[in-house]
Design a protein around this ligand. Structure first.
Ligand code: BG6
Length: 453
């Protein structure tokens, strides 16, 4: 079916960094055909030509924007003016003859969600219950549980749940999708995926860059809302969930929700930091105490994870860009007795999400030769090395799923609700963050939280 995709917030950071490239790749790979039409909306007074000039300024220099030339049109719109939605409707209708699906991507801050959704609904750009009209909401979905609930209630007046797609681009990453395969297709892991064998789980998303030109958004958000509420808690849910009945989105979501509803973080188990120089970034108030680094010790109170801490770490301006999940196993109960004079490492499984995509498993082996010495060995599976041709980016995968109406990798309202409930109280109790130059500045305080002292 022919498709018209309208993107609100088309002059924003997400379009520059992710969406433009994802659309180019989908067109190039023929995942969407030449009839696919994109309408880019913002309040700036641009022509389509000027919009392309604008994009050129912000996207990476090696991105070939010409690929979009025949498929993209820019439209200036005031999102508060209902007449503009009627104008948009005419524009969309002029692009395609019936039947066609009309899709919307809201790459805007959550405070605009309801106004835009109501404009779309009023102008009958999407009709409630008719799934040829669907809408994506970029994260964060709300700024707290209260605001998210309010947004959700309003949206449910305009659309059915199956027309609403709440995006978390981490779910589109290949190695995140790999978590379920690893867990539920490998007997070895199935039998050891619990507190019987696992001592702790660490989920790290570290970044080297600062906040760039996103000061206004970032300062009202901070790492807790920008990263933990969505990406890191989704990763936690996938690691900790019980086996789903099937791979349908409903069954997977059901299990993830149970985990999120049983996850807590005590205030004393949270560490916050702000990178040195943050106050000199554009549009940051001089007295801002917004956190750009968070470390949390979370507890998942399901029988499977009794006494297993989940450590979540994320931050900007750190020494490396890396997203990974580290599963530390307990020592083998007999290793010390059988090889008393040897150092054994405990098994460790690392799921590399980015920049390294793969799985590393640390185990004990016998050293080669005539002796009886134990040493450690690292088994290394490089996932990205196996890929042939295009290595799809998360946004590419999720846009494609949205276009073909597959919601498996999008988050449900109940997941959003549960994750706000985990972190809302932390933001309220947020103390002044530690000013840091590097992650080592947190070594002592993190070690204390880990030890519970
Ligand atoms: C976004 C956050 O959701 O994820 C950004 O808003 C962050 O602050 C980004 O930089 C990280 O995503 P990735 O895919 O580069 O790890």
């Amino acid at each position: 079916m022919k498709t018209v995709l309208t993107i609100f917030g088309a002059t924003g950071n997400l379009m520059h960094k992710k969406l433009a490239l994802a659309l180019i790749q989908l067109l190039k790979q023929k995942q969407i055909d030449d009839s696919f039409q994109i309408i880019c909306v913002s309040r700036r007074d641009y022509t389509t030509e000027m919009y392309f000039e604008h994009l050129k300024e912000f996207v990476k220099s090696d991105i070939d924007l010409d690929v979009l030339k025949n498929n993209l049109e820019y439209v200036k719109m005031d999102i508060m003016d209902l007449n503009d939605y009627t104008m948009l409707r005419k524009k969309i209708e002029s692009k395609s003859s019936f039947p066609y699906q009309s899709l919307f991507y809201l790459a805007v801050a959550p405070e605009f969600f309801v106004d835009i959704a109501s404009g779309i609904s009023n102008a009958k750009l999407i009709e409630k219950g008719n799934s040829i009209g669907r809408i994506v909401f970029e994260k964060p979905f709300g700024v707290s549980f209260g605001s998210a609930k309010e947004i959700n209630q309003k949206l449910s007046e305009y659309f059915e749940e199956n027309q609403i797609f709440r995006i978390d681009h981490y779910l589109g990453k290949d190695m995140i999708q790999n978590i379920l395969v690893m867990r539920f297709a490998n007997r070895l892991l199935e039998n050891n995926w619990s507190s019987d064998s696992i001592s702790q789980v660490s989920i790290d998303v570290k970044e080297t860059e600062g906040i760039g030109n996103r000061g206004e958004y970032y300062d009202s958000s901070g790492a807790l809302k920008d990263m933990i509420q969505s990406h890191l808690l989704q990763m936690l849910a996938l690691v900790a969930m019980e086996e789903p009945k099937s791979l349908s989105s409903d069954d997977i979501r059901k299990e993830k929700i149970k985990v999120l509803q049983n996850t807590i973080v005590k205030t004393q188990n949270a560490v916050f930091g702000q990178y040195e120089g943050y106050l000199f970034e554009q549009k940051i108030p001089q007295d801002s105490i917004t956190e750009t680094f968070v470390f949390l010790k979370a507890e998942v109170s399901t029988p499977r994870w009794k006494n297993v801490p989940f450590f979540l770490t994320t931050g900007k301006k750190l020494n490396e860009k890396k997203a990974e999940i580290i599963i530390d196993f307990k020592e083998h109960s007999s290793a010390k007795k059988l090889w008393p004079n040897n150092n054994h490492t405990s098994n460790q499984l690392v799921i590399g999400i980015s920049e390294y995509e793969g799985i590393r498993f640390q185990m004990n082996v016998k050293k080669p030769g005539l002796n009886d010495t134990v040493s450690d060995a690292l088994l290394d599976y490089c996932h990205s090395c196996q890929k042939i041709g295009n290595n799809p980016e998360a946004y590419e995968k999720l846009l494609k799923d949205f276009i073909v109406n597959n919601s498996t990798l999008f988050t449900s309202w109940k997941e959003i609700e549960a994750s706000w409930n985990i972190i809302d109280h932390l933001k309220k109790d947020l103390s002044n963050p530690v000013i840091y130059k590097s992650i080592s500045d947190f070594a002592d305080i993190i070690s204390k939280v880990k030890r519970g002292v």
